[in-house]
Ligand binder design. Sequence first.
Ligand SMILES: O=C(O)c1ccccc1NCC(=O)[C@H](O)[C@H](O)COP(=O)(O)O
Length: 262
Amino acid sequence: MSVLSAPDLKRVPGVLGRIVELRAGDYVGADPQLGAPRPDERRFEAALGAPGLSLIAEVKRASPSEGAIAPLDPADAARAYAAGGAAAISVLTEPRYFDGNREALLDVVATTDLPALRKDFVVHPAMLREAADWGASAALLMVSVLHEHTGEYLSAAHHLGLDALVEVHDEHELDIALEAGARIIGVNNRDLTTLKIDLGVSPRLIRRARDAGFTGVLVAESGYRTPQDIAAVRGLADAVLVGSSLAGSGDLARAARDLMTP
Ligand SMILES: O=C(O)c1ccccc1NCC(=O)[C@H](O)[C@H](O)COP(=O)(O)O
């Protein structure tokens, strides 16, 4: 594959803009080569495509919205989430705002057979190569960060054998994800420039994606705290991605089970 273009991070406003500028600084001078193609396992996609509503449970120790959430041990958290019925584990690897790191992902991959998502702010191809090297099954690609380069980064993820969760928050971003050929689209209820949550965003954009003929996997993300919240996307989404309410619960297995019980 040819070397990927750098996204224009000056276009990213607010909290998210600050996060991605710092993340880009971490990868200045990193090797942009992807290397040889790797086998396409599609484990993350398959796990979310199971009948019913699947849970992607997130190892999230801190966030800009909440500050410190809980000093989770990633391996213990992954075991608990698996016991609680999660179909996949999301692992934050961003260090400054989310208290994440490479070791968290490595520990989760070593502990459970569930497919792991590297949840980070991908701004450089080396971050995708790392995700594959560290054993992730999938990586997050944010349309609000990559804009018209989303398709290139999606091809790069697939080249590395990774599934990609292509994340959107509004109609324009959804159109870019669809045009890019995303197989898995995540709709984030959280506006990452203001951090405000609106649980109406996922149902609205999921319906729009289906109306546009999208037949892939749709994930509702952020802000889910109760079974009643989850009810709003049952029968619409294929999966929900939940972090803070599970991570801060004190009993991750039970919280995961209770949240997903209708
Ligand atoms: O969670 C944040 O405060 C946040 C701020 C800025 C950029 C990204 C952020 N979160 C990433 C996520 O998308 C969530 O971790 C994920 O969807 C889970 O959300 P939640 O269940 O509300 O913790």
